[in-house]
Design a binder for this molecule. Structure first.
Ligand code: SF4
Length: 230
């Protein structure tokens, strides 16, 4: 696959290679801003059953042969991605290239045009989850910058049910993804970790034991009450 020229930007700047942040940080940030800060400012990592299963699923994808052809679909695995416009770097689990008459890209060693279609692997059951959609859309935006052209959709594959959900990269999702990238850069540059706030999603978070959101919420409300009295 041949990397194309990056688009020219007017009145804006490209991020340098040193300032790129992982695409996965966007999913973290959308799930919980504090989680993104604990990972990417404080460098705290901890597996729980959810992330461990996810890691195994990703390793299986990584282990598979680098690429294969199935009819009119060429499948590339563990594809490195980068966007200097959004300041992102990461890997797509799978990028399928679907043969098309219009709007695709040229691939080395293959005739015709091919439409990229990123696929992200997740554990669990099929469900809509905005943080995953943003992560997938970020992969598509990286591919568009690297290859040119427009990528209309991709899919999230859920390991438990072995089913995949198509995701359309519409204007709203693209804007949300661009905003998330900008905000994560700002968060990391600020070096400030937001306070913990306990909510239902904390039960699924691998950082629960380290973040201690219940204890921290109680401490802040105790301090707030003490200050009110004074
Ligand atoms: S435990 Fe809750 S507040 Fe703490 S990082 Fe996870 S989701 Fe965020």
């Amino acid at each position: 696959m041949k990397e194309k020229q990056y688009p020219q930007m007017i009145g804006n700047k490209f991020y340098s290679e040193d300032d790129l942040i992982p695409i996965s940080a966007l999913a973290d940030f959308t799930f919980c801003e504090r989680r993104a800060a604990l990972h990417f400012i404080e460098r705290i990592w901890e597996d729980n059953v959810f992330t461990a299963e996810g890691t195994i699923l990703h390793e299986r994808v990584d282990d598979a042969s680098a690429s294969e052809v199935r009819g009119n679909v060429r499948i590339a695995r563990s594809v490195w991605l980068r966007s200097l416009v959004l300041g992102l770097v990461g890997k797509a689990d799978v990028v399928e290239f679907h043969k098309t008459e219009l709007g695709g890209v040229k691939l080395e060693g293959a005739s015709g045009l091919w439409l990229p279609f990123p696929v992200e692997y997740k554990r669990g059951y099929l469900r809509p989850e905005r943080s995953f959609e943003i992560q997938l859309c970020a992969q598509a935006l990286c591919l568009e910058e690297m290859l040119g052209g427009n990528i209309p959709s991709g899919a999230i594959f859920y390991g438990k049910t072995r089913r995949r959900m198509d995701v359309v990269f519409d204007k709203a999702l693209r804007t949300e993804t661009e905003e998330a990238a900008k905000k994560v850069h700002e968060l990391i540059e600020s070096g400030i970790t937001p306070k913990a706030e306990y909510s239902a999603k904390c039960k699924k978070c691998s950082l629960l034991e380290l973040c201690l959101p219940k204890a921290s919420s109680k401490a802040s409300s105790y301090l707030a009450k003490a200050m009110e009295k004074e």
